[in-house]
Design a protein around this ligand. Structure first.
Ligand code: GDD
Ligand code: MG
Length: 351
């Protein structure tokens, strides 16, 4: 069985972080986002190949994962000639495949039991099965109403205020039968959410919902991207390098922590980082590979991407900082700031 990861979006809502780093590979702690999805799919022994459906900066993604040797699964890349939308991308990537497919949106963090979803899909001979998750406000998602027998009754992408009739949304995880793809036009943009799913309902095909109450987040905005780190520190999503670690600082043996530096857990310090005397790394901070934090600087609740430098006496609080940024001495980076790669803040700047 094959899985398709839809990883072609531009990640506009995550700008400036996604200007040089496509959304599917933004780092979550020390590894690219898609690695979490690939690890989850590897738990399904039947899945022998993961197809990455790409169009935005595909080379960057291929360079990182290669053929998947280090990931324990075979990877294949399919690059659309132009963005085909979610439905068009699935049809394009599924050319030549006739067997049941698993599809993931390339920005959802979840631990859903994929095997159980596939088993339900097969047991009820479904044309399509969609995973649902409950959320407080469905307006930014695809709202999905179900019938008592577990079939999908209504699918409304990005519902307006008056259309919110339940709290279950499309979690961006599907099991699909390629035999239903003939309705997807070739070579034009086509949305699985706005066209394919509604057509299954109209034609009364077996379109099932699988509700998962476990952890779920779409990392597609800076707030959510930041939140997933806090959740992993708190053990709400027990995967990745911090899983099961408790609340103490987690420091790579290849990081350098000078005497007189203070680390307050939970925090994470990656390979090659250097924390100088008098500097403080406070709770909920992620210090990426090769980051240098100079004397008396203080970082709290922030995610700092690799190879940035935080100057002497600077403070960075509840912020996101891209790669190769340089925060000058005594600069102050305030809560909610999102600084792109190579940002330079001159000494004493307040941002
Ligand atoms: N290959 C390819 N081509 N991929 C695409 C394209 C395209 O033209 N357009 C979007 N994608 C990928 C994105 O990279 C992302 O991984 C996924 O498809 C979904 O696109 P988003 O832009 O993130 O959509 P969304 O978050 O607004 O809404 C979708 O996800 C929600 C759950 O997070 C919908 O599927 C909603 O129904 C759902 O609730
Ligand atoms: Mg999304």
């Amino acid at each position: 069985m094959k899985a398709i990861l839809l990883a072609g979006g531009k990640g506009t809502r995550l700008r400036p972080l996604t200007i040089h780093t496509p959304k599917p590979i933004v780092p979550i702690f020390d590894r690219p986002f898609l690695q979490y999805q690939i690890d989850l799919l590897r738990e399904v022994p039947e899945i022998d190949e993961v197809i990455l459906s790409l169009n935005y900066q595909p080379r960057r993604i291929e360079e990182i994962f290669g053929e998947g040797a280090g990931l324990g699964v075979r990877l294949r890349y399919v690059v659309e000639p132009s963005p085909l939308g979610t439905g068009g991308a699935i049809r394009f990537a599924a050319q030549g495949i006739t067997d049941t497919l698993v599809v993931f949106n390339g920005d959802v963090m979840t631990a859903v039991d994929v095997k159980a979803v596939v088993a339900m899909h097969r047991a009820r001979n479904a044309a399509a099965t969609i995973v649902l998750t409950p959320v407080d406000n469905p307006s930014a998602y695809g709202l999905v109403e179900t019938a008592p027998d577990g079939r999908v009754r209504r699918f409304i992408e990005k519902p307006g205020a008056g259309e919110i009739t339940c709290n279950t949304i499309n979690a961006g995880i599907y099991v699909l039968e390629p035999s239903t793809f003939d309705r997807i036009p070739k070579d034009v943009s086509y949305s699985i959410e706005r066209a394919y799913f509604p057509s299954l309902i109209e034609q009364d095909e077996t379109f099932l919902a699988y509700v998962d109450e476990g952890y779920w987040i779409d990392i597609g905005t800076p707030e959510k991207y930041h939140q997933v780190h806090r959740d992993m520190f708190d053990g709400r999503f027990a995967r990745g390098p911090f899983a099961g670690h408790g609340r103490a600082p987690l420091v790579s043996p290849e990081a350098r922590i000078d005497d007189g530096a203070t680390l307050e857990g939970p925090c994470f310090i990656d390979v090659g980082a250097h924390i100088r005397p008098g500097a403080t790394i406070g709770p909920y901070s992620v210090i990426g590979r090769g980051v240098v934090v100079e004397e008396d600087a203080a970082i709290h609740g922030s995610v700092i991407w690799p190879n940035s430098r935080i100057g002497r006496d600077a403070t960075v609080t509840d912020a996101l900082v891209g790669r190769h940024a340089h925060i000058g001495r005594n600069a102050v980076v305030s809560p909610g700031a999102v600084l792109g790669d190579k940002t330079v803040l001159t000494d004493y700047t307040k941002a």
